[in-house]
Ligand binder design. Structure first.
Ligand code: SF4
Length: 704
């Protein structure tokens, strides 16, 4: 093992706050560049942070590299006389609109539909700087002010709302966001390749209205217009939006078809009738090559928020990731509650080592860098460079996940390339620590299926090196639940694997002389399939492990995930099986309360809850047995786009006893032995034999 480099002070200078280093945001900044027109104006729901992890900057820098004149209007005021939208006039080519790095509703509201106290993408964490459904609000304003200028929408909000989708916050099935927003073109997924192709065609003089066959875009054709002829793609017609509104099975089948197509190497073009217009969703570009993804990260970012925010306080999401490196995009995990593969794709696009080390050098130049790279990660921290061994097998594959229900024999889980990057980064002069804060998939190195001796050796080495060099005190992993039947709905491996990982990781830590590196598990409550008794089991298992959970996550149904579709319909879109779902605030709160079994104020209500569930034995072990446990507040969660995810918060900061009292009000009597659960009882079994319980939200299937 090479010797750890001595800490090196890299610099002590102040940043250069010359606004001309950023893309212009005001008329003065545009004029200072000597520009008398703009090609593209980007409107964003996030503050402008000139960093590759922020989509607006990534797209704007790419357009700049294409030779276009680009300006950014970040977080415009949509409630006044709209001067922010007018201040730069009309662009020559189009407006580009994005809600930002997150869906605006996820950004603004908790899983309980309460306003969040902080917006992580706004200076000072202040909230109130973006509207609900930001993409739609911004697009409508632009169409009203500049009716002749095309509007293109993109980013995660547009991407995941590209077809009929369930919107949790309004409890409605909404049509493609193209319909509501009035935008002319939608780019889904990572925007670089479709944007480059769009710019190429526009430069050739193709009118914007004729851009109907660009891969990875969607358009809503005018009434009566047929889909453009195209020999490149096979076509597939989804059930219409009206069909979805009226018939739950059709809506569920649509989701399965959409997800299947988005997981194929060669997807089909999708059609969906929406009112009197045809929605056309063109297939995506192939996974980015190393050169293509490198070029997206190697642009001249300042890596800093725009100087105008200096007096408004730090931007929490930026503070979280400013010294971190995203090494790849895409995820083949296929977790039911996650949108990554629908947005970034199932196949992983990895940067070259040269590009990553170049970014390390850029970080070293940052004024506040003190030698710690906070994350060498990605959507799943250890999927770097992983792909199928035989591409022709992947070409035919429609599996939503390469690692669930088990690791595919064709998947190459060699960690050697990743280990090489880790070593090079930690041995870079000026780098004292290189941590891995992104969640890692331990199933990728705890399996033996199809693994050669060399690959198995890379698995062992990965655990050793992770424990020895790359853990910032504690390591966070995400088993998400402990019950096998919930984990099946989640598409996650059995909890037994967590025990295995914990044991191996602790041994590796001991070997490296680092005994105190706790493994912190991350869990979700109220995920479809999860019942209160499953949460009781979770509480007991985590207590037995010596954990006291503090920061936890409630399931939030975001558009375009399997779990959301189950939440919306009550059935699994793949097999039509009924799945129990916690929907009411009381049901959700009850599940969440089990995380906090150790709080004295929770015990009475939890005992009542478990007695009602017929779990008296578990109640005794959970609430009465004395056992030493430890607070396991997880380290900050780095979300797939490299951002910190807002969590549902720490119950300790609220009034748990009142909330739990509300949650357990009207608690039912425990079931008698042998009694069958009623239809409306959350204790009802999942599976095809279980009858669906009446769902108050089903109104949208009959509406309109
Ligand atoms: S064949 Fe295996 S590795 Fe390839 S896409 Fe399918 S599941 Fe993934």
């Amino acid at each position: 093992m090479s010797q750890r480099p001595q800490p090196t002070k890299v610099y002590s200078r102040e940043p250069v706050w010359d606004a001309s280093r950023w893309l212009p945001t005001t008329r003065d900044e545009v004029e200072a560049r000597g520009w008398d027109y703009l090609d593209v104006i980007m409107i964003s729901g996030d503050a402008y942070v000139d960093h590759p992890a922020f989509g607006t900057a990534a797209v704007a820098r790419m357009l700049e590299a294409e030779g276009l004149r680009v300006a950014i209007i970040a977080q415009p005021n949509w409630r006044d006389d709209l001067r922010d939208f007018k201040k730069l006039g009309a662009p020559r080519l189009f407006f580009g609109v994005t809600a930002g790095c997150m869906d605006s509703m996820v950004n603004r509201y908790t899983a309980a539909k309460k306003l969040r106290s902080e917006d992580a993408y706004t200076p000072g964490g202040e909230h109130g700087f973006r509207p609900d459904y930001a993409t739609t609000v911004y697009s409508k304003i632009l169409k009203q002010l500049f009716p002749d200028v095309p509007v293109m929408i993109g980013g995660i909000e547009a991407s995941l709302r590209r077809v009929t989708h369930y919107d949790y916050w309004s409890d409605e099935l909404k049509p493609s966001i193209l319909e509501d927003s009035g935008a002319d073109l939608l780019i889904y997924g990572m925007g670089e390749l479709p944007l480059k192709e769009t710019i190429r065609l526009l430069k050739q003089g193709v009118p914007f209205s004729s851009l109907t066959t660009v891969p990875q875009t969607a358009v809503l054709l005018p009434p009566g217009q047929d889909a453009p002829k195209n020999k490149r793609w096979d076509d597939f017609t989804l059930f219409s939006h009206d069909d979805c509104l009226n018939e739950r099975p059709k809506y569920a089948k649509n989701f399965k078809d959409i997800e299947t197509e988005s997981n194929r190497v060669k997807a089909r073009r999708l059609f969906q009738q929406t009112g009197d217009r045809l929605l056309v969703v063109n297939p995506p570009f192939p996974t980015m090559t190393e050169t293509e993804i490198d070029s997206a990260f190697d642009l001249p970012y300042t890596r800093l928020p725009h100087p105008k925010y200096r007096k408004r306080g730090p931007i929490p999401a930026y503070e979280m990731i400013k010294h971190s490196i995203n090494m790849h995009r895409g995820c083949f995990g296929g977790c039911s509650f996650c949108t990554i593969s629908a947005h970034q794709g199932k196949f992983v696009a990895s940067r070259s080592k040269t590009s990553i080390l170049r970014e390390v050098e850029s970080i070293k130049q940052m004024p506040d860098f003190r030698g710690t790279i906070s994350d060498l990660g990605g959507p799943s921290g250890n999927m770097y460079k992983m792909k199928g061994k035989q591409q022709w097998i992947c070409d035919e594959c429609v599996r939503p996940s390469c690692i669930w229900p088990d690791v595919c024999r064709n998947l190459d889980t060699d960690h050697t390339a990743l280990l090489d990057i880790y070593k090079s980064v930690r041995e870079t002069e000026g780098v004292n620590h290189a941590y891995v804060a992104s969640g890692i998939r331990y199933d990728l190195f705890l399996h033996e299926k199809g693994a050669t001796p060399e690959v198995k050796a890379s698995h062992e080495k990965y655990i050793d090196e992770l424990a020895a060099h790359h853990v910032p005190g504690r390591i966070k992993v995400a088993p998400e639940h402990t019950s096998d039947h919930v984990l099946r709905v989640m598409r996650k491996p059995t909890f037994d694997l967590f025990y295995k990982f914990k044991e191996k990781f602790e041994k590796a830590g001991e070997k490296a002389g680092k005994k105190k590196q706790p493994v912190i598990p991350y869990f979700i409550s109220s995920h479809p399939g999860s019942r209160p008794e499953d949460m009781a089991e979770l509480a007991l298992k985590t207590k037995d492990l010596g954990f006291r959970l503090e920061q936890v996550q409630d399931f939030t149904p975001t558009p375009m995930t399997v779990a959301t579709e189950i939440y919306a319909t009550g059935v699994h879109p793949y097999d039509g099986a009924n799945v129990c779902v916690a929907r009411s605030p009381e049901e959700k709160q009850e599940q969440r309360s089990f995380f906090f079994w150790y709080k004295p104020e929770m015990k009475k209500a939890l005992r009542a809850s478990m007695t009602r569930l017929g779990l008296g034995g578990i109640a005794k072990r959970l609430l009465d047995d004395k056992r030493v446990t430890e607070d396991v507040t997880p380290p900050p969660h780095i979300a797939p786009c490299g951002m910190q995810l807002p969590t549902s918060g720490n119950l300790a900061s609220g009034q748990p006893s009142q909330r739990l009292a509300a949650a357990t009000k009207g608690a039912k009597r425990p079931m008698k032995k042998g009694a069958k659960p009623s239809k409306a009882d959350p204790r009802a079994k999942t599976g095809p034999e279980a009858k669906p319980k009446p769902k108050p939200f089903e109104k949208f299937f009959k509406k309109r």
